[in-house]
Design a protein around this ligand. Sequence first.
Ligand code: CUA
Length: 337
Amino acid sequence: MGDLVIFAAGEVAQKDLSIFAPDSPPAEHIRSLSLLVFAITGFIFLVVEGVLLYSIWRFRRPAAGQPEPPQVYGSKSIEIAWTAAPTLIVFILVLVITRTLWQVERPTPLPTAGDQALFVTVVGHQWWWEYVYEHYDGRKLGFVTANELHVPVSTDGTPRPVYLTLKSADVCHSFWVPKLAGKTDLIPGHTNSMWFQTKKLGLFVGQCAEYCGTQHANMLLRVNVDASEDFDRWLEHEAAAAADRPPMREAKAAFLGLSCVNCHRVRGTPARGTYGPDLTHLASRQTLASGMVPNTPDNLRDWLADPQQVKPGCLMPAFGLTDQQRSQVLRYLNSLD
Ligand code: CUA
């Protein structure tokens, strides 16, 4: 098994998970809010600690024969000040936080499906991400992929915001790519939304940020920001049905004859399961098991042999395939580029 977060050679990786290095407006709003809160709370800390230290020194026990320091009882002006100041601070924070929440959830004006933008529905599963590509630049898409989100880059000339609709198939999850936006929960029976847009190309990584079971820590996020023409190419390829090459007919028949098809979909074939990740273009993905290991033939073989060894607790069992069946399934899956 490789490192938790894997980068292909030469890949530009925005692997920084700091909330203080934003590359997208919602993440910038959150950083500004954090800095404001740190400044206010830091100031309060300094004042309180300063008064505390001063009092310890000023009202210390006097040396023998020295007079006691004067004791102060009650002060109307001080009491008014320490009631009014916190009220004012809380009031300011409520206003600023409300504005930030608004900016992070949806920009104004509200987007519509016809906009120059990408709309994706994200469905959280134990423990992987389903992406339903809905609309792009006013065009209806409607295909499904898993675990690796591709989005177009934004430029000054053509900003391409990405609007995510967040849902859950089982328990609560949270979509969090720190450099792009804040955490937003995916809640069963409730739809949330968020957005981001970035001018930086490359891979942005993130992590499910709401405890969702055994493999919560391995529910990793990968957002590839592609140049506009690369994204168009990716979109066209991804929307197409699975490759159907004559030399793979036998391997394909073996795959379709197994119970894999109950949970997985391969578009253009009778495999129409929706419980597990869509495998239509599996071989073109960089990683397996929601970003855990690089997508290599060896790792795919290990995964097929026993997913529980790679990702203990995951919902795919070991099927006890014969060597013959496993090599046929591997051949077929590796051909799904
Ligand atoms: Cu999904 Cu934690």
